[in-house]
Design a protein around this ligand. Structure first.
Ligand code: NAD
Length: 327
């Protein structure tokens, strides 16, 4: 298939492109490089540098090849930034995303795999979260993801689109050649690895008074290659006539911030400097996935099991790329 991947120069998108190429699909990447990297795009993919909100760039991407389906990862994705700049999140994640859908329609493309998030759920719901758990985002980032899912639902109801929304939990780890390199990083694992290398200040632990087993926030970490592989299965599922739906992608295990720190110290053999900090607004105490539906519907199951395996791959990539991507 010819697959248009928006955000394919980003952390997860570049690994999705790797997996597409491995499965003999052809990938066209549309990315404005606002947080992605030209060097992250696998050599066999074709990169159009531009925004999903820009008609010319979208036109170029849709005309590069006859597109069979779209994997839409391009987004603003910082929880804290979304609290400070909700309008920006609305514009990129909803308005520009809707423009992408309009452009798909104009080009007769119906199938879409969308990067949604655990942030759509009500964090006070019982864990693990299933796709039918209550939806109530606790920050503007999650609200924009949920609103875009609703738009997909509406358009699917009138037959304009066919979609799978993949609700990722905390994506982490690296492939051999591609890893996480965000300027102004906010994700816990790359921050801890850099602190372990002595390449940054002590890492703030936001909140040690949560109602969890050790007082720190609990998350479900899933390997980026496993997440990427689910996309390859999802485009095949849609091509085979699968139903419109949302699917969780997580490991099904909650790990606390303190447990992640201890595991980073074990894997790297180094001490990680940290500093206590107040809770961040919009950060829920715990998010844990049930991914039974993805297993059943896509025949997917995580291959990189356990936090240590995730950390070993992330650490290996960081040691090989201490400065991240060149461009
Ligand atoms: N990282 C996680 O744990 C996680 C969890 C849940 C959901 N997600 C979602 O997965 C997707 C990818 O996340 P990521 O961690 O790889 O982030 P990322 O920032 O590395 O990737 C996003 C990519 O989209 C590009 N982009 C942003 N706005 C654009 C625009 N208007 N037009 C074209 N390109 C644009 C960026 O340059 C970047 O390459 C996002 O939609 C995010 O919300 C990520």
């Amino acid at each position: 298939m010819n697959v248009l991947v928006t955000g394919g120069a980003g952390y997860i998108g570049s690994v999705v492109v790797e997996e597409l190429v491995r499965a003999r699909h052809s990938a066209i990447v549309l990315d404005d490089l606002s947080s992605g990297h030209r060097d992250a795009v696998p050599p066999l993919a074709y990169l159009v540098k531009g925004s999903i909100g820009d008609p010319e760039s979208l036109g170029q991407a849709f005309q590069a090849k006859s597109i069979d389906c779209v994997i839409h990862l391009a987004a603003k994705s910082g929880v804290a930034e979304s609290m400070a700049r909700p309008d920006l999140y609305e514009q990129v994640n909803v308005t520009q995303g809707t423009f992408l859908l309009d452009t798909m329609r104009a080009h007769g493309v119906t199938d879409l795999v969308f990067s949604s998030s655990a942030a759509v759920y009500d964090p006070s719901a019982p864990m693990p979260l299933t796709e039918s758990s209550p939806l109530r985002p606790s920050n503007p980032y999650g609200e924009t993801k949920l609103r875009f899912e609703r738009i997909l639902e509406e358009r699917a109801a009138t037959g304009g689109i066919r979609y799978v929304a993949l609700r990722y939990f905390n994506v982490a780890g690296a492939s051999i050649d591609r890893g996480e390199d965000h300027r102004g990083e906010t994700h816990l694992i790359p921050l801890l690895l850099d602190a372990a290398r002595g390449a940054r200040e002590p890492v703030p632990i936001y909140g040690s008074d949560y109602p969890t087993r050790d007082g720190t926030a609990i998350r479900d970490y899933i390997h980026v290659v496993d997440v990427a592989e689910a996309h390859v299965r999802a485009i095949r599922y849609l091509a085979d006539g699968g139903e419109n739906r949302a699917l969780n992608l997580g490991a099904g295990q909650g790990v606390s911030v303190r447990e992640v720190i201890a595991a980073v110290e074990t894997v790297t053999g180094r001490r990680v400097p940290t500093v206590p900090a107040p809770r961040r607004q919009g950060d829920p105490p715990a998010l844990i996935a049930s991914s039974d539906a993805a297993r059943r519907v896509l025949g997917w199951s995580p291959q990189f099991e356990g936090l240590n395996v995730i950390l070993e791959t992330a650490w290996g990539w960081r040691v090989r790329h201490p400065e991240g991507y060149k461009e």
